[in-house]
Design a binder for this molecule. Structure first.
Ligand SMILES: Nc1ncnc2c1ncn2[C@@H]1O[C@H](COP(=O)(O)OP(=O)(O)O)[C@@H](O)[C@H]1O
Ligand SMILES: [Mg+2]
Length: 238
């Protein structure tokens, strides 16, 4: 699948807290092109994860519009959203959530098994991805037999198995040291170019945002037009 575009209009998310409400997203409008790599930056609590959950269709907004490709997601049934999510969206989290009893190869194939869809071509895809991320000699290793960076690479391969058009990464290097983080960012940048998926990457590490095509900076539930320090919102890379 080629990359999916992502658009939101005036996205609002409020949580009920006791008798009141807390406003977490305060009108997010953005437009991300197919195949773009966008860094979503902002301090802890800015609303990055909440926004990714809504874009990933695992949560619903209070109001506003989410378009992924041609689909207006809030109009779709839960079933349709779940099918779309499983097929077309890949997730990478801060903690890899690999299954400890399974090998790297089996963990990468897990999205196919969940659909009861393992096939020689998907197994070939899993092997090719593991080779691509530099773990061709570690396919039978269990997570506990891999370093933190290697575990996160396996989680990246798992997210890409079914050729998602959109990949959402929430602090994917938050648990890694600086050097390993840089390697993982490089890998994500390369895979984005090779596979063509749209990649939205939430990070509070502003310096790592330079690996992206563009930075969208959030503060207190809103998008700021200018990143801190007066930089333009739309520079970087190539
Ligand atoms: N389920 C929830 N109920 C109430 N408040 C929440 C909930 N989830 C997140 N929040 C609040 O929303 C704000 C943004 O959180 P989050 O999206 O996790 O930010 P970030 O990922 O940028 O650190 C925080 O103030 C957080 O406390
Ligand atoms: Mg978060």
């Amino acid at each position: 699948m080629t990359g999916l575009s992502v658009q939101t209009e005036n996205l609002v998310k409020n949580y009920r807290m006791g008798t009141g409400e807390v406003s977490v997203l305060k009108g997010i409008s953005l437009s991300i092109g197919a195949g773009e790599l966008v860094a979503l930056t902002g301090a802890s609590g800015a609303g990055k994860s909440t926004l990714l959950h809504i874009l990933g269709t695992v949560d619903r907004s209070t109001s506003g519009v989410v378009m992924i490709g041609e689909r207006r997601m809030e109009e779709e049934s839960e079933n349709a959203r779940a099918n779309f999510r499983n097929r077309s969206i890949g997730f990478i989290f801060q903690f890899h959530h690999l299954l400890p009893e399974f090998s790297a190869f089996e963990n990468v194939l897990m999205p196919a098994w969940i659909h009861q869809e393992s096939s020689p071509s998907l197994e070939g895809r899993a092997t090719a991805l593991l080779e691509r991320i530099g773990l061709g000699k570690r396919v039978q290793h269990r997570p506990s037999e891999l370093s933190g960076g290697e575990q996160q690479r396996v989680a990246i391969a798992r997210a890409l198995l079914l050729h998602p058009g959109l990949v959402l990464a929430d602090e994917p290097t938050g648990n890694l040291d600086t050097h390993t983080s840089l390697e993982v960012f490089h890998l994500l940048r390369e895979l984005n170019r090779e596979e063509g998926m749209t990649l939205i990457l939430a990070t509070h590490n502003e310096s790592l945002a330079r690996f992206s095509d563009r930075t969208i900076h959030m503060e207190d539930g809103r998008i700021l037009d200018k990143a801190p320090g007066g930089e333009s919102e739309t520079p970087v890379v190539q």
